[in-house]
Write a protein that binds this ligand. Structure first.
Ligand SMILES: Cc1cc2nc3c(=O)[nH]c(=O)nc-3n(C[C@H](O)[C@H](O)[C@H](O)COP(=O)(O)OP(=O)(O)OC[C@H]3O[C@@H](n4cnc5c(N)ncnc54)[C@H](O)[C@@H]3O)c2cc1C
Length: 409
C-alpha cells in the first residue's frame, strides 16, 4: 500500500509512474486517463491522490541551471529544496526563504503555497518566476511572470498538469544565525515579536500563560532581537518537547548559510516519526491577536490532542489560490497527535472559532472547511476554475477534492 508521509492517506491510484525523461513524462501523461502529480508525499490530505494514475518526477534527470545574470535558477519540478541549495551557494546565491523542512519538492511545495516565516517574506510560491507544465495531451506550456495566466497557475494544487520545471528568483547568498528564547508572555505584542527579525516562529502548546519558544532567525549583520520577558535557551531545542534535537538545524546563535538555518529541520534527518497530523489557518495580520485569543479560549480542547502549535508571518501576494492573497498574514499551525478520531472534532472547532476572521486553511493540511465557504475566502477560485477548464477541459488532473472545489455552486 502506497501512503503519504504521515501514513494517514492511502493512495487509491491504479498505477505509479516514474518517468526518466521529459519525453517519457509527456508520453505517460498523454496516455493516462486520469492523472495527478505526486511530489514527496508531505500533504496531509487527499490533495495528491487520484483514482487514476500518479506521476512522480523523483527519477527525472537532475536539472539545476543557475542564470547568474538574471539571478534565477531553473530546477526540475521533482527536486527537493535540499538537493540544490549547495549549487546556489557555490554561485553566490540563495533562495530568499525556506519552509520548516527542506525535504519537500519544489513543484509540490509551490503548488500549495508552502511558506516559511518573516513579515517581509512571501511564501515559497512567490519566488516562482516561471514554470513549465505538461498538459493533458502531453504538450508543454511555459508561463512566465507577467503572462496573463501566471498569477493563477503558480499555486495550482496539481490541477493544471504536471509541472516539469520551475524558474525561481534568487538573492545574493546570506548567512543566518538562529537562537531560541523561552517563556514569551502570552500577552506580549505578538506582531512586534514576529516583526523582530528576518524570520521568527513562535511555538506553543497552549498549556500556560507563555508561548513556549520563540525561534529567532537573524541575517548576520542585522541588529540582534531578544523578545522581552524571555530567557535564552541554554542548549538546542526541538519545537516538540522531548523530541531529539539532532533533527534540528543549528541554534545557539552560530551563523551559517541561510539554507542551513531557515528550515527548522536538517535534510539528513526525518523531522519526526510521521506520527502526526497537521492543520493550519491563515488570518489577516490585523486579526491575528484576536484570532490567537479565540484559539486560547478553547485551549482545553486543543491542548490534549496537540503536539505543538506554530505561529508565523507571511507577506501578502497576488497569486490567486494563495492563502496570503492580498493580505499580510499570520499563520496559526497545529501539529496534532496521529489520532484522527480525536483530532477531527477539534479541527472543526478551531475552524468554527476562526470563521469570524475568514481564516483560509492550508491546502495541503487537514481541514473541514466546506467548498462553499472556501469559495468565499479564496475569492479567485472561480477564475482558477476557468483557467483549469481552459488548460485541461476534460478534467484529467482533477480529483474528488479539487472537483468539489472547482465546480460552480
Ligand atoms: C513535517 C512537515 C512539515 C511541513 N512544514 C511546512 C511548512 O513549514 N510550511 C508549509 O507551508 N507547509 C509545510 N508542510 C506542508 C508541505 O509543504 C505541503 O504538503 C507540500 O505541498 C508538500 O510538497 P510535496 O512535494 O510533498 O507534495 P505532495 O504532498 O506530494 O503533493 C501536494 C500537491 O502538490 C501537487 N504536486 C506535486 N508535484 C507536482 C508537480 N510536479 N506538478 C504539479 N503538481 C504537483 C500534488 O498533485 C498535490 O496537489 C509540511 C509538511 C510536513 C509533513
Amino acid at each position: 500500500m502506497e501512503k503519504n508521509w504521515a501514513g494517514n492517506v492511502i493512495y487509491r491510484a491504479t498505477a505509479f509512474h516514474y518517468p526518466r525523461s521529459l519525453a517519457e513524462l509527456r508520453h505517460m501523461t498523454a496516455k493516462a486517463g486520469r492523472a495527478r502529480a505526486l511530489g514527496t508525499r508531505h500533504a496531509f490530505n487527499e490533495l495528491a491522490d487520484t483514482g487514476g494514475e500518479l506521476v512522480c518526477l523523483a527519477r527525472m534527470p537532475r536539472l539545476v541551471e543557475v542564470d547568474s545574470e538574471a539571478r534565477q535558477v531553473k530546477v526540475g519540478g521533482g527536486m527537493r529544496y535540499a538537493e540544490f541549495t549547495e549549487d546556489l551557494d557555490a554561485k553566490g546565491f540563495a533562495l530568499p526563504n525556506l519552509a520548516s523542512l527542506p525535504h519537500i519538492s519544489v513543484a509540490g511545495a509551490t503548488a500549495t503555497a508552502t511558506h516559511g516565516s518573516g513579515s517581509g517574506n512571501g511564501s515559497l510560491s512567490t519566488s516562482v518566476a516561471g514554470l513549465e507544465i505538461v498538459t493533458a495531451d502531453g504538450d508543454v506550456v511555459a508561463l512566465r511572470r507577467g503572462d496573463e495566466d501566471f498569477d493563477g497557475a503558480v499555486v495550482n494544487l496539481g490541477v493544471l498538469g504536471i509541472v516539469s520545471s520551475l524558474t525561481l528568483d534568487l538573492v545574493p547568498a546570506f548567512e543566518v544565525s538562529q537562537s531560541v528564547h523561552e517563556g514569551l508572555p502570552l500577552d506580549s505584542d505578538i506582531l512586534a515579536v514576529l516583526d523582530g527579525a528576518y524570520s521568527v516562529s513562535l511555538f506553543t502548546d497552549w498549556s500556560g500563560d507563555t508561548i513556549n519558544q520563540v525561534w529567532v532567525k537573524h541575517r548576520t549583520g542585522d541588529l540582534e532581537f531578544v523578545p522581552d520577558g524571555t530567557t535564552r535557551a541554554d542548549g538546542p531545542r526541538h519545537p516538540v518537547p522531548g523530541m531529539a534535537t539532532r533533527n534540528c538545524t543549528r541554534q545557539l546563535g552560530v551563523p551559517g548559510r541561510s539554507a542551513d538555518r531557515l528550515p527548522h529541520f536538517r535534510p539528513e534527518f526525518t523531522p519526526s516519526a510521521g506520527d502526526e497530523l497537521q492543520t493550519e489557518f491563515m488570518v489577516a495580520r490585523d486579526d491575528a491577536v484576536a484570532a490567537l485569543r479565540a484559539v486560547d479560549e478553547i485551549r482545553e480542547r486543543v491542548h490534549p490532542v496537540l503536539q505543538i502549535s506554530e505561529i508565523r508571518a507571511v507577506a501578502a501576494d497576488r497569486l490567486w489560490l494563495s492563502p496570503y492573497y492580498e493580505r499580510d498574514t499570520v499563520c496559526i499551525h497545529f501539529t496534532w497527535i496521529a489520532d484522527a478520531a480525536a483530532v477531527m472534532p477539534v479541527v472543526d472547532l478551531v475552524g468554527e472559532r476562526l470563521a469570524q476572521f475568514s481564516a483560509r486553511p492550508h491546502w495541503a493540511k487537514v481541514f473541514t472547511t466546506t467548498p462553499e465557504v472556501l469559495r468565499s475566502r479564496y475569492t479567485r477560485l472561480q477564475d482558477f476554475a476557468d483557467l483549469a477548464s481552459r488548460l485541461d477541459p476534460a478534467g484529467k488532473f482533477t480529483n474528488e477534492l479539487t472537483q468539489r472545489l472547482l465546480s460552480p455552486t
